[in-house]
Design a protein. Sequence first.
Lengths: 563, 427
Amino acid sequence: MVDPILVTSGIKRYKGKWDREQVAHLLKRTMFGSCRADLDHFHKKSLKKAVKELIHTEYPVPGPPINNYNDDKFTDTEILPGADWTVARKFDGMNNGRRKNSFKSWWFGLMLNQDRSIREKMVLFWHNHFVTETNTVDNALFCYRYNVLLRKYALGNFRELVKAISLEPAMLRYLNGYASSKKAPDENYGRELQELFTVGKASDLKHVGIDAGFTGGTKPDAAGVRVGPETPHYTEEDVKAAARVLTGYTLNYKTFSSSFDPKRHDEGDKQFSSFYGSRLIAGKKGKDGADELDELLDMIFARDEVSRFICRKLYRFFIYHTIDDATEENVIVPLAKLFRKKKYEIAPVLEALFQSRHFFDPANYGCMIKSPVDFTVGLCREFNIAFPDVSDCEEQYGLWEQLRNQATGLQQNIGDPPNVAGWQAYYQEPEYDKLWISSDTLPKRNQFTDRMIGGGFARNGRKIVIDPLGFAAGMSDPANPDTLIAESVRGLYPTDLSAEQLQFIKTNILLSGLVGMSSDHYWTNAWQAYQDKPDDKGARNIVTTRLRSLYRHLMDLPEYQLM
Amino acid sequence: MKRRDFLRTTAPIVLFPSLINGLSVRALAESPVLNSIGHSLESDHVLVLVQLSGGNDGLNMVIPVEFYDAYHAARPNIAIPQARVLKLDGFDRTGLNPAMPELKDLFNREKLTIVQGVSYPHPDFSHFRATDIWLTGADTGQVLSTGWAGRYLNHEYPHFPEDYPNTAMPDPLAIQIGSLVSPVLQGPILTMGMAISNPGSFYDLLNDKAPAAPTSRAGDQIAYIREMAVKTDQYAGVIKAAAQKVTRQSDKYPAAGKNPLADQLKIVARLVAGGLRTKIYLVSMGGFDTHARQTEPDDTTTGNHAKLLAKLSEAIGAFQDDLQGLQVSGRVMGMTFSEFGRRIRSNASGGTDHGAAAPVLIFGDAVKPGIIGDNPSLPSNATVNDNVSMQYDFRSLYNTLLEKWFQADTFTTTSLLGKDFPVLPFV
């Protein structure tokens, strides 16, 4: 899809207004939804302080997932109900699947209860980047530890993250590194390390006119991609050589850790192509063989493609799907330069991005389609939906799971992306995030919001459901229909509705067809009657019915799919 | 895709911006009543509900000529001059507002019935509460969350929404045209249905009119979502196909945009004649909350209320003419209703305040013509507290439509309406 308008703003510091609209834009992108309390909180600060708080605040490491999974077929004899199962040493067919489920629901809970931080969004970003699939990794503890690793490095140093993830049991298991030995080096990780995690595919090297060393190739296609035989890129030989460097790692299912086994390591020299400056990594003997990984990463990180590839990926995840020449030049290239200058520290790049004129360019408000996680978690956060607390962990996890299943139905199953490349919406040209919306998922999205404003989701008498009265009561003047609608729209949409649409909503929903300015008082009176007698069922019903219709309608409109 | 899915898909967005009402569907072939007679389109009865929002002044619509002096005394500033009242053949004691020549004509051609004094015990004077009572069929102190028509459809077509649409029931069970978000079709579980909120977008669909090209990144995303919504909406196809079968309609309709109710009814006629098996249509018009300057002071036959009644009359007149020309008038029955009537006595602002009972109009080839009930008795010195009193519970009308027009059995209607309200002789 061709970008409908040209956007030329770059990463210079944004110095424009800092109203709720800007705060909401920042929060919708860096957190899941922009809830009222967070809006109030950050609106009082400057943009600089807000971004700093979102990126640099240290929050305690979340507590581990617990046993919520005893049922009539299984009782965990090692881990008591409500207790941390990540200390367990026994993983078998009966407990492992239940623990994997517990892990995923726990993770969903972390997103729902996120701190005022970009951290959980970054965990999802890295999960989509360094994909593992729970189904394939299989061991619940590996899955949990992988998630902990992503959270630990989420805003840290990218090179260190690459090294850590390379040795992480879940990744060794997922891309077969644990089974790779000098006898039969498995190329899986050696390939993805370059293609998906650092350098990118040849076709990712678009705008190669900017990439140093480019000579020739095809003419740019519609998307600006130029690929040709002369495009500098790693070779199949580089994949094989990297695979040999990475031989020797094994998994220990007693300690649930990885280790380096020199006997399995290929001690020969590894020759890389001209793309890597014809680098030779000399084979090392014994335990020193493990040090070859550092050399490999040094060699890879010497390529500028790495910083550009990651900055593009961040851009697509946080800003907009299409990167045209102007964006490449004004945003990606300078960000990538900063990334290299900061020795691949992630935080400075995010700080620059979220304070940039480009981020606050009016063109970039509301231009992303919410991912299913943004859609479901964001709804709960924006409507301040209360979940059972930890004292009722079975219902708490159960309701987290129901919500997670909704996101899964909308085609984003956290912990299990469709493949090693992650969710298509983050990489598939030309549709990108439009892929979230299909003839299957659009109706499901509407059903989900209808249900949340209607009957809600229940488990053993505990229920999550939107409280339309509570939401409306948080507006500055809910008795005034214009204010109520305008603030509701601003609270739920990244963009405004037209005056005609606002009028339509007022007349046909809040006023039940009563027309003319003089009719506003009917709503005002109804709201006042409810305020005067909140326990009067009739008075309450009149406003509840109309507010439900209002919020149902707002969530049915396409604007609600955007962020 | 499950039925729930596609119903939901009835695109909240472009074409049907507010898909609202819950209905539930079962194949007509599975309906015991229709099963016994076999399906033919001719036997499909259609009900058109015409909601008049704001509280229509029944006394100035159906004028109690019989008590003209008391009528005039109670509202001298807005009373219709006796000489201008439209006469009804065979009913000298009652007449119509002069703004409604088409409805007078329909009455005299025995296609219109007037039911006098429709309300319910202890009427509520709040728009919202009274509207909810009428739409849900509740008692005055009772709060119901489902619409009366929604309950009927849910009963008649259980197991919604699985397996629909299907060959036996390819069409939406109910369609709401016009923008009012009304819970009348709200079923016990689902809160969705077919709504064509904007006649303009309906014609865009028929003409495959593409929306304007997006001019922003967000606009591009919205355009895509709208496009997907239309594609996903399986009803868009059947509606379009039905509408396209009808190429000529009555020339009695005013030009598009002049009379919103006429625009809505024109679509209803087109869809009925095009073969949709949809049972219930809801159309609406607003503006009846005439507290002030209801009529022009120097000529009470003109002014705001007269304009509203003229539109109502013109729209229904054209609609009936159209149905006849399209040869489907025998299948369609319509009913107007408003949340309440207005006070007997007018106020000093040349308007009327919220009242109680009011007449309801039933129209169609199949009505038993005439007037049911008496002219409201009016006190000789009406005070601000005097109201038109109830002669018929509004649920008697619902019950009559369900039992006599849709052939529902008494046991069913009693459970749907909470009580066995007497059937009235208008069908």
